[in-house]
Design a protein around this ligand. Structure first.
Ligand SMILES: *[C@@H]1O[C@H](CO)[C@@H](O)[C@H](O)[C@H]1NC(C)=O
Ligand SMILES: *[C@@H]1O[C@H](CO)[C@@H](O)[C@H](O)[C@H]1NC(C)=O
Ligand SMILES: *[C@@H]1O[C@H](CO)[C@@H](O)[C@H](O)[C@H]1NC(C)=O
Ligand SMILES: *[C@@H]1O[C@H](CO)[C@@H](O)[C@H](O)[C@H]1NC(C)=O
Ligand SMILES: *[C@@H]1O[C@H](CO)[C@@H](O)[C@H](O)[C@H]1NC(C)=O
Ligand SMILES: *[C@@H]1O[C@H](CO)[C@@H](O)[C@H](O)[C@H]1NC(C)=O
Length: 279
């Protein structure tokens, strides 16, 4: 292979690598005004393809948008508690509390989980909302606090764990509460707050996928899939494989040359053996 040819090959390979790095343009992390450095699954609002939680890094009022939440308005981010916990304010909830909307137990404040990411909120209590004035359910929730101010259902809640599965005819929903709540002395509507902690966890599958440069995706609403582009690392490996192959070939050529030389020397020795001093 001629030198020019080699140069061309290296040149194009090198560019392939550079292009690949540019192509995977999602940054490892990003500086987000008062919130500091943020990383996946958070992404800058302008790059929604880079994460599941989109942050608008406005210094005076940073906001959080959720990739698969069409209904809710964005959350205000009050502070970053840790890499996977934000203290947030939920403007939707504020409205419900202010106007004592009885739909409260039908709003799922715990966000929809997916095979890639799951969410928890805290602190919270679970509200069981059940068919109005049903004696079976009344017995079931003996010892619970109740609220019967809603027209179409009764609400039961407790402080001592949230262990129960809801009986038939009831639904259970976690609702954020003040950290110093006391259900025994506080009015039902005074328990809840629009400010709470939102925590997220990547699934192992998604974590692995992300580390390998893939994109976490969900197929048929429930199956995890890792979408892989041509990762830069693979191109890099290819580059070195070709480099080594070429080098080996040069080496082989050199060896052949040497063998030829050796043969010449043998020939020379044969022809001029008598003049060479014997060892
Ligand atoms: C986030 O995106 C906006 C809009 O494109 C841009 O102005 C800003 O610099 C980006 N911030 C970071 C930290 O990348
Ligand atoms: C940042 O937030 C403030 C207050 O909400 C608002 O007035 C301003 O327009 C926002 N700036 C940008 C760039 O969105
Ligand atoms: C609320 O969302 C959580 C997480 O997706 C889910 O497990 C739970 O069943 C939902 N509850 C209701 C009442 O929709
Ligand atoms: C609610 O609790 C009060 C006091 O414990 C009780 O008298 C009432 O029957 C309960 N109501 C329902 C609907 O469970
Ligand atoms: C009361 O609830 C039970 C299940 O908890 C249900 O089987 C029953 O039909 C309900 N009764 C009425 C009157 O709705
Ligand atoms: C997803 O659904 C499509 C058709 O609805 C089906 O062909 C495919 O096998 C499903 N994939 C998985 C992983 O279940």
């Amino acid at each position: 292979m001629s030198n020019a040819c080699m140069f061309l090959l290296f040149f194009s390979l090198f560019h392939l690598i550079i292009l690949n790095f540019v192509d995977s343009k999602c940054p490892e992390n990003f500086q987000c005004a008062s919130l500091g450095v943020l990383e996946f699954p958070l992404s800058n609002y302008s790059q929604p393809e880079c994460g599941f939680l989109w942050v608008d890094c406005n210094a005076s009022s940073p906001k959080l948008y959720l990739a698969n939440e069409e209904l809710s308005s964005p959350y205000d981010i009050l502070s970053k508690i840790s890499t996977n916990v934000f203290s947030i304010r939920n403007p939707t909830l504020l409205g419900y509390l202010r106007y004592k909307f009885c739909d409260l137990p039908y709003i799922n404040f715990s966000l929809p989980n997916s095979p890639s990411i799951s969410f928890t909120i805290f602190p919270y209590i679970t509200l069981f909302s059940c068919i109005k004035s049903n004696d079976t359910q009344k017995r079931y929730f003996q010892g619970f606090r109740n609220y019967s101010g809603c027209e179409s259902f009764d609400i039961y809640y407790t402080t001592t764990g949230n262990l129960l599965l809801p009986p038939e005819g009831c639904s259970a929903v976690p609702v954020p509460v003040y950290s110093q709540y006391d259900p025994n002395t506080m009015d039902f509507w005074d328990l809840f707050t629009d400010q709470y902690h939102l925590e997220w966890h990547l699934s192992d599958d998604c974590n692995e996928c992300h580390k390998r440069g893939g994109q976490c995706a969900t197929e048929n609403m429930s199956t995890f899939r890792c979408q892989q582009g041509v990762p830069a690392a693979a191109t890099l490996v290819l580059f070195f494989v070709i480099l080594i192959t070429l080098n080996k070939r040069n080496y082989a050529l050199n060896l052949k040359g040497k063998t030829q030389n050796d043969k010449d020397i043998e020939e020379f020795l044969k022809n001029h053996g008598d003049r060479i001093p014997r060892r």
